[in-house]
Design a protein around this ligand. Structure first.
Ligand code: NAD
Ligand code: WQD
Length: 343
């Protein structure tokens, strides 16, 4: 059963390809390598012991997509392709809307032309804006504080409208990820930011390995356990398996047409200081840090109520924070320059 994975050479996409193949699916990847490398997929191929058909194309390129959909018959599409840096989206809003919104529109159009009706979309906990309380359930109010978040909300809305159209057979799973971290247990694939990392874990990992000097902790005066920001970190392999479960649900003949929304998180929160201390202990490295001003747009605490995914998909996160950090460290220490050495 073939599944098209857009953005499949990226961080979450590579891990999801591994889990899809272990679950018995055939995978085809389309990626324009704007934030990833061919080497990442080659390493996936080593893990799974077989080749993955790969097309180097932009999902906004309609002709390229048409050719791909002409060549394979897909049961479903898992759609990761997009830009994801919040700060960059404030600087370059059009680039974000063009890639994230226009890309999805073109993809959906070509899917419709070829009668492909199942789509899993990478949404984000960022759509909850600054939540009134935690844990966050799927029916909380949504709101965007930056163009990246707005692009995710727009795509969610567009997909809901498409599902509501009279006679629509479309089946969509909107997966709202919390904070994915960690890496495959082999230590051969992981997160490999192109520039200085924006996210906490890759930053801490690069400090630990000596690529960066010092971590700035953005604020220690939040109303949280120790004043630093609290987030729901989820192992990327758990997240990948959530996609397999969501796909199996869409493929279940008992599943009706429509749009289904799920939080994918662990339901637990960890503070920045807790992460830094655990990382130092597990890696045996010092993590120099300083307390810096709050980062604009940041919130105090964000963690999921993931019980709907457990109830309806039979999925729950299995790995705890220690394992997430061990796997991050195995990847980072074994590949201090990421995939760069392979090319
Ligand atoms: P990533 O940048 O590692 O992967 C995205 C992939 O999409 C990259 O390989 C990139 O080259 C590709 N891509 C981008 N635009 C494309 C286009 N127009 N055509 C073809 N390929 C294109 O990011 P990731 O962390 O794996 O995230 C995957 C998805 O999950 C994204 O949509 C992101 O917004 C979403 N998400 C990520 C996080 C996170 O913290 N990593 C959290 C919530 C949601
Ligand atoms: C986590 C905590 C920071 C870096 C972002 C996006 C979100 C989603 C996941 C895509 C916060 C603190 C961070 C640093 C720090 N991505 N921090 N020093 O902000 O929860 O979520 O990534 O959808 O949309 O907004 O993740 O890893 O950037 O930050 O102190 O150098 O670490 O303030 O409390 P965030 P993050």
């Amino acid at each position: 059963m073939a599944v098209l994975v857009t953005g499949g050479a990226g961080y979450i996409g590579t891990h999801t390809c591994v889990e899809l193949v272990s679950a018995g699916f055939d995978v085809v990847v389309v990626d324009n390598l704007s934030n990833s490398s061919r080497a990442a997929l080659q390493r996936v191929e080593k893990i799974i012991g077989r080749e993955i058909p790969f097309i180097d194309a932009d999902i906004r390129d309609r002709a390229a997509l048409q050719e791909i959909f002409g060549q394979w018959q897909f049961e479903a599409v898992i759609h990761f392709a997009g830009h994801k840096a919040v700060g960059e989206s404030v600087q370059q809003p059009l680039r974000y809307y063009q890639n994230n919104v226009e890309g999805t529109l073109t993809l959906c159009d070509v899917m419709a032309e070829h009668g492909v009706k199942r789509l899993i979309f990478s949404s984000s906990a960022t759509v909850y804006g600054d939540p009134v309380t935690v844990p966050i359930t799927e029916d909380f109010a949504t709101g965007a504080t930056n163009p990246y978040g707005a692009s995710k909300l727009m795509v969610e809305e567009i997909l809901r409208d498409c599902c509501k159209a009279p006679g629509s057979a479309l089946q969509v799973s909107l997966l709202r990820y919390f904070n994915p971290i960690g890496a495959h247990e082999s230590g051969t694939i992981g997160e490999d930011p192109r520039d200085i990392p924006n996210n906490l874990l890759p930053y801490v990992a690069q400090v630990a390995v000596g690529r960066l000097e010092q971590l700035s902790i953005f604020g220690d005066d939040y109303d949280t356990v120790d004043g630093t920001g609290v987030r729901d970190y989820i192992h990327v392999v758990d997240l990948a398996r959530g996609h397999v479960k969501a796909l199996q649900k869409l493929l279940d003949p008992a599943t009706a047409a429509g749009c289904f929304t799920y939080n994918l998180g662990t339901g637990n929160g960890n503070s920045v200081l807790e992460i830094v201390q655990a990382f130092a202990r597990i890696s045996g490295r010092e993590i120099p840090y300083r307390i810096a001003p709050r980062r604009p747009g940041d919130i105090a605490a964000c963690y999921a109520d993931a019980s709907r995914a457990e109830r309806e998909l039979g999925w729950r996160a299995e790995f705890g924070i220690e394992r997430m950090i061990e796997d991050t460290w195995r990847w980072q220490s074994g590949n201090p320059e990421g995939y760069a050495g392979d090319e």
